[in-house]
Design a protein. Structure first.
Length: 389
């Protein structure tokens, strides 16, 4: 009996007829943006002639302006409770009213919500006045025209791809990819040393202190990498990263190049792309390193690995903590927050991270720089990206 051909890949939903203007909401952190990239690539492939607007955060505008990819422009969302939580965030501030008026004037054909369960984000998407709305919906969240139930226990890349499938966009990639521009490379070259030694970046910080591996553990790995001939670089931004980097430096005699606070996002992308390897907590820089094609070793909590870990292991390794109880009060942290900031990943063995890092340093090969996806094109109307702030 002849073999049957495999069924064609389908997205699970119909294309929106005549959709030429598309808005996508994802306005949170750096890692969250990176996890959205495969869904944006799917949208571009499904709607090659549409203008795709990312409704994002200021850091998204900083990173994506003038960068080729499956978007045409970035418009910054004003502070909105549960979407961009900042002091004074309101659904009825003058900035919000002005934003919604301007975005309704765009006359979007489709607005896609990729920003969580929809309790706060679906009203924002509905307020855009798009002809068709789509996205996730948690229990009690407002309905959109097309929606899927929100489940916390799903990888964010797959969640976003499944939601893009609601509007006919089939996956074209699974791993996030972000193009490195000549400006990124030049900015990185200005601060990184030249020479034959392979570069390894460490990011010992994380937005959530419970996801921070101890500084002395990073220091031990840094010493092993330096001993193996690598030039070790510290990266990060902000006061918390500064303190973590200082603690790593004080715990090792190995020479470390400290670039914390010295790299804008584009320069950080260029620097990570020049590295052979990045060792980090579950953080934005680790996600960015993966997206620009650099091998990574990440320290993860088990439930964060489920939602946001790398999908492949040839160039990405993980060291995982299964701890969920707070070391201070014993409260289960898997679904709630007790208020204490004690690390839940402190028990991850140094040897597990060190062995993975040395293996990738020796056999991972040079970084595979991320090229712009085939379906991407240079961003347009960048003036609006800045003006919308």
């Amino acid at each position: 009996m002849p073999r049957s051909s495999p069924a064609p890949l389908t997205a699970g939903g119909a294309l929106v007829p005549g959709a030429t203007r598309i808005a996508v909401l994802r306005a949170n952190f750096l890692g969250d943006l990176v996890l959205t990239l495969p869904a944006l690539a799917a949208l571009r492939a499904a709607y090659p002639d549409a203008e795709i607007t990312l409704l994002g955060a200021p850091l998204h505008a900083d990173l994506l302006a003038d960068r080729p990819g499956p978007w045409d422009r970035v418009v910054v969302v004003p502070p909105w409770p549960g979407v961009r939580d900042e002091p004074g965030a309101s659904r009825d501030s003058p900035a919000v009213r002005r934003f919604l008026e301007e975005q309704r004037a765009e006359e979007y054909d489709l607005a896609l919500q990729l920003h969580g369960g929809g309790g706060n984000s679906n009203p924002l998407v509905s307020g855009l006045g798009a002809r068709v709305t789509a996205g996730a919906r948690d229990v009690g969240a407002p309905r959109l025209d097309r929606w899927l139930p929100y489940s916390y226990d799903q990888h964010e890349v797959l969640r976003c791809l499944e939601l893009a499938g609601l509007v006919g966009a089939a996956p074209v990639s699974l791993e996030p990819r972000l193009a490195v521009t000549p400006a990124d490379a030049a900015a990185a070259d200005a601060v990184l040393p030249a020479g034959p030694e392979p570069l390894v970046a460490l990011h010992p910080g994380a937005r959530d202190p419970r996801r921070r591996w101890p500084a002395e553990c990073f220091a031990a790995v840094a010493g092993a990498l330096a001993g193996a001939g690598a030039r070790v670089v510290l990266v990060g931004a902000g006061d918390d990263d500064r303190r973590a980097a200082d603690a790593v430096r004080s715990a090792t005699p190995a020479p470390l190049l400290d670039l914390v606070g010295r790299l804008p996002l584009g320069a950080l992308a260029g620097a990570l792309a020049r590295c052979r390897l990045v060792v980090a907590n579950d953080s934005g820089p680790r996600h960015l390193a993966e997206a620009v094609g650099t091998a990574t070793v990440g320290v993860f909590l088990e439930h964060n690995l489920l939602n946001a870990g790398p999908l492949t292991r040839r160039r990405h390794r993980v060291a995982v903590s299964t701890r969920t109880d707070c070391p201070e009060c014993g409260v289960d942290q898997s679904r709630s927050r007790c208020g204490h900031d004690r690390s839940l990943v402190a028990g991850v063995p140094v040897e597990a991270v060190r062995a993975a890092a040395l293996d990738l340093l020796g056999g991972g090969g040079p970084p595979v720089h991320a090229a712009a996806p085939v379906s991407s094109r240079p961003a347009r109307r960048q003036a609006e990206t800045r003006a919308a702030r």
